[in-house]
Write a protein that binds this ligand. Sequence first.
Ligand SMILES: *[C@@H]1O[C@H](CO)[C@@H](O)[C@H](O)[C@H]1NC(C)=O
Ligand SMILES: *[C@@H]1O[C@H](CO)[C@@H](O)[C@H](O)[C@H]1NC(C)=O
Ligand SMILES: *[C@@H]1O[C@H](CO)[C@@H](O)[C@H](O)[C@H]1NC(C)=O
Length: 225
Amino acid sequence: MAFMGLSLSSPSQLLLGMVVLWLLSSPAFSADPDPLQDFCVADLNAPISVNGFPCKPITNVTSDDFFFDGLIKESNTTNIFGVNVTAGDVRSFPGLNTLGISMNRVDFAQGGVNPPHSHPRATEIGVVIKGKILVGFVTTGNVFFSKVVTTGQVFAIPRGLVHFQLNVGKGKALTITALNSQLPGATALPLALFASNPSIPVEVLTKGFQIDDDVVKSIRSKFGV
Ligand SMILES: *[C@@H]1O[C@H](CO)[C@@H](O)[C@H](O)[C@H]1NC(C)=O
Ligand SMILES: *[C@@H]1O[C@H](CO)[C@@H](O)[C@H](O)[C@H]1NC(C)=O
Ligand SMILES: *[C@@H]1O[C@H](CO)[C@@H](O)[C@H](O)[C@H]1NC(C)=O
């Protein structure tokens, strides 16, 4: 039997071929695994580290474990981006452990931008509660999709893609977003590239962006590097 250009004669070679095919077809990003029980409220102080958190004893679980009031308050947007993301993920809301979901509150000052970033482990859906936001994302083929959304309108960002939100309205804006991971992660490109610790070698950035050293220095200085 021929398989991907190889001649597979024995059952073990066929099995190897199937494993290779399975590995090749696995997505580069994957969502949270399915839960194996109704819930598993995180014991954030457990001394062991696993993929997620261990469950706290079921007899300790209360109604409060499934409620979270951390998104009630407007957050302080006095920073260089004019944006503040308050995360309702497993770290602040341990009841989400193994449930594959989380929710953020994003406050925008007038003109504030949630700079280009990506969530490696989640697709995002968001609703504008207040204001007018330009939402955009770029595909892996560098195609840009964007739209101005306003109060009550909903937007979606495919998992892992680079995206941003810019407040284009008058005054403050607020969005609530939901992500299909208990801990979606966020890579903010300006910080990942220009404010990492330790720093990325300058020649990677000058060559990568086709800019001079002083531009790299200037951008870094904006982030206190
Ligand atoms: C569970 O509750 C017991 C009794 O209140 C307490 O001593 C223990 O620390 C709790 N364990 C966790 C992981 O919350
Ligand atoms: C976000 O807001 C919180 C609460 O107002 C504040 O403690 C925190 O410093 C702010 N973060 C940034 C990056 O501005
Ligand atoms: C917001 O943060 C800025 C910068 O950290 C600070 O100067 C200001 O007092 C804060 N505002 C409030 C209302 O806490």
